[in-house]
Ligand binder design. Sequence first.
Ligand code: F3S
Length: 106
Amino acid sequence: THIVTESCIECKYTDCVEVCPVNCFHEGPNFLVINPEECIDCGVCVSECPAKAIYLEEDLPKNQKQFSKINLELSKKWPIINNSKPHKKDANKWKKIKKKLHLLKY
Ligand code: F3S
């Protein structure tokens, strides 16, 4: 499966959902997750993300491994998002900030 990581928090560009052929993205207040049971590992979302937040699970950086569980659990709670939407005005500012896990809302 592919996994959405920390870089997405407060950015939530949603470009990724436009290209997903199986609608496996779920939306929370300031983050998206992938349902690992639906993701077919096509990988097309990876290059769409301006924040470079999406990784193949096997390639997750060490400090992002906890996002496997976060994607699994939150995808069960959050609704599917099928269409991209305008991102927040300050998304580009948040893109530069690495430590954002403490800001995750759910
Ligand atoms: Fe998040 Fe990147 Fe999608 S910032 S919403 S994973 S395009």
